[in-house]
Design a protein around this ligand. Structure first.
Ligand code: SAM
Length: 212
């Protein structure tokens, strides 16, 4: 996602520490306490400008959502969206997803969403893909038993790689779609990238992978 300089980003981060949580690792194992309820927590990695997480949170008020986004100029866009919508079941973390186990305790998360993750097409960059086995190890640790990963992408290469990676790791594949928008799915919440690529007529791939 293209990053723009947003001069108001630092002010926004400073003024909204209840939404974009600083020093998030201190909250490890206590996220339900931070939300102030016992609802399940769903995690989106690479939240972008926040359309998906805001839409999901609105549709599912009994679920808490945490969005992780690396880019400062982008996470503040997500923050503004969530704030404007007045959602109290969303928190955002301005961190790299590389150390999820430093952020979440074992079994603390119920579901993970990977939406239009960077495909890293070069073989030598494979370990940066969010479905590389080192990431799957972390997901397995933080997800509760039976927890699932939902992957959506426009990128055929990343999709094929991920199906193999999930299977080799022992995850059970469910609902594999090669053209998600050819079916009616009232539950589907579109991301910014999903809107952009489907408007160009590109198929959207989706699957769910479940830890047995
Ligand atoms: N999910 C959004 C969507 O579907 O519209 C954004 C997709 S964009 C291609 C990928 C996003 O993931 C970017 O905003 C990028 O900054 C973020 N990202 C990539 N690697 C990340 C990482 N290791 N940790 C956190 N965010 C990451």
């Amino acid at each position: 996602m293209r990053q723009r300089h947003r001069p108001w980003a630092d002010d926004f981060l400073r003024d909204n520490t209840g939404l974009i949580i600083p020093e998030a690792e201190e909250k490890k194992g206590r996220w339900k306490e931070v939300f102030g309820n016992n609802n399940p927590i769903h995690l989106e990695i690479g939240t972008g400008k926040g359309q998906f997480i805001a839409g999901m949170a609105e549709k599912n008020p009994d679920v808490n959502f945490i969005g992780i986004e690396l880019a400062k100029s982008i996470i503040v866009m997500a923050g503004s969206k969530v704030k404007e919508a007045g959602l109290d079941n969303v928190l955002l973390l301005h961190v790299d997803a590389a150390d999820l186990q430093g952020l979440f305790a074992e079994n603390e998360i119920s579901a993970i969403y990977l939406n239009f993750s960077d495909p890293w097409p070069k073989k030598r960059h494979a370990k940066r893909r969010l479905t590389f086995p080192t990431f799957l190890e972390q997901y397995e640790h933080i997800l509760q038993p039976g927890g699932e990963i939902t992957l959506k992408t426009d990128n055929q290469g990343l999709f094929e790689y991920s199906l193999v990676s999930f299977s080799e790791f022992g995850l059970k594949l469910q609902d594999v779609h090669l053209d998600l928008h050819s079916i009616e799915d009232p539950e589907n919440v579109m991301t910014e990238y999903e809107e952009k690529f489907s408007a160009k007529g590109q198929p959207i791939y989706r699957c769910r992978a479940v830890f047995a």
